[in-house]
Design a protein around this ligand. Sequence first.
Ligand SMILES: [Zn+2]
Length: 454
Amino acid sequence: MTAEISRLMELVDAAADEVVRLTQDLVRIPTVNFGTPESGDEMAAATFLRDKLAEDGIDATIYAASENRGNLVATLGDGNGPRLLFMSHTDVVPVEDPDQWTYPPFSGEIADGRIWGRGASDMKGTVAAQAMALILLKRAGVPLKGTLTFATCADEEAGGAYGFGWMAKHHPDVLRADFAVNEGGGGPVRHDGRLIYPISTGEKGRLEIHIRIRGRGWHASQPWRADNAIYKAEEVIRRIRAWRPEVSTRAEIFQHLDTLAGITEPVTDENIDQVLAELEKRNPNLASMLRAASRMTLVATMIQAGVKSNSVAEACTIICDVRSLPWQDVEYVRSQVAGILEGLDGVSFEVIETAVSNASPYDSPFREAVEAATRDAIGVDDIAFVPGISVGFTDSRFVRPLGNVTYGFVPSAPTDDPSRSGAHNINESIGIDSVIAATKFHVALAYRLLTRTS
Ligand SMILES: [Zn+2]
């Protein structure tokens, strides 16, 4: 670490309260995305951040996909050098039952060294870290030779049509960069006391299967005259649960299991499940992630049937969530579903691709800068890195086609237990140490890539 970088890391520590407060303020803005055009209200977060950046003389532009869907972009630097993009999203998933939460979901309460609330970990802590990185670089008077762009956008949780998807379509030049960091990875694992950070270089695709089951309705008082679509759904559900995916160890991460978990035997498509069953006992988080990286998942997530309690249901729709591996296209998914439903009468289905699988090279100069900045941020030199595959999808899929080498990587602090994040769940929270680490990481990354003294 250079003297200048340690000075910057100290500046972040000195601004810790401000970083935490900004995260709390963002959590308190209920940018809840129900997947409808009128929900989200990310404009409130965008204007709040614009005002915050303006206090330090940083100009930001809000690109409005519609009246309430704001995408905020701010830049620093002289434009003569590489372009680095910090990506994040300001929307959050809904809260189902606030009574199940220990702290009110939009309170931003601090307890147990953590900031609590919907969006704390996914991903307002990172939004705050990225904004504060710009602010602190500006305050420190770091001369950036190149362009640092901070884009925090709407609608990630519902597919990005008003966020990065819209920006990539209407303002691609704003997002185009040599390198980009986004959510998708950064939770460390430990092996033999050594810290290992997976860098997410690619992500699975996401599809929806809409299965329609047709029956015949009748008055519920004479149910034998009906062909109950709800009862017909029983066999469909049974088959979905019985389906077994093809198992594959093609993803790069499977060549790094020695570093990750001390697994020295070569893993193959044949032995991977046995290996994962063993790993499950000592590292359930890693085992679960590797399980998802080695197969397509298909799970029923919604079911709708009937229109009235005294009528037998005429129709039933089952919606499934599918996460496909990078080499499994729509046709592959369709053939799997056709196999599951084969021979069932009155059952049809439709496959909707909501996110295409995508990837960036692991072998890139960006990787060195990301690794060095992580060491700066965590304050540990002996860290190993491995390529990871995100089992969910992110906005990275919109900027990778623009040529941006994009990593899903925001390092969390080694002291922060990733299983406590509660993303998309009750009691979502983020460790304060992780928000500080993330701020340091973004500062160090910009410094290393955009000044020529590192
Ligand atoms: Zn997210």
